[in-house]
Design a protein around this ligand. Structure first.
Ligand SMILES: [Zn+2]
Length: 114
């Protein structure tokens, strides 16, 4: 399960931020996950619960926003989103496409408990 190491990585970053800002408790961690990142959201949540159960992050909500695939056409510069793998540009039908969003797994922001 590669989600375990991904989640551990996220936890490490979050804990560093907490230390830096002297934060004790978090309300929520918001993640952005690209549709092509090969990550299963349910697995992320499960791993997060397992890895944080004995830590100060226990009980923190993990919210996951799925990021659609976004391409830019290298021929006409048109940007467009797609539910799946795109074959060609909707404007000029070029096959010279670059995926600009859709593979990421990142922390968007964290919410501190007040
Ligand atoms: Zn195009």
């Amino acid at each position: 399960m590669h989600e375990m190491s991904l989640v551990q990585n996220i936890i490490d970053i979050v804990e560093q931020e907490m230390d830096r800002h002297r934060v004790e408790k978090l309300k929520a961690i918001h993640l952005a996950v690209g549709r092509m990142s090969a990550v299963v959201p349910e697995q992320l949540t499960l791993c997060f619960e397992i890895l944080t159960s004995q830590t100060r992050l226990a009980g923190t909500a993990l919210t996951i926003r799925m990021v659609p695939l976004t391409y830019q056409c290298a021929s006409c510069q048109q940007e467009f989103t797609s539910e799946g793998i795109a074959g060609n540009c909707p404007s000029c039908h070029s096959e010279n496409l670059e995926m600009i969003f859709g593979r990421e797994l990142k922390i968007e922001f964290i919410e501190v408990m007040d």
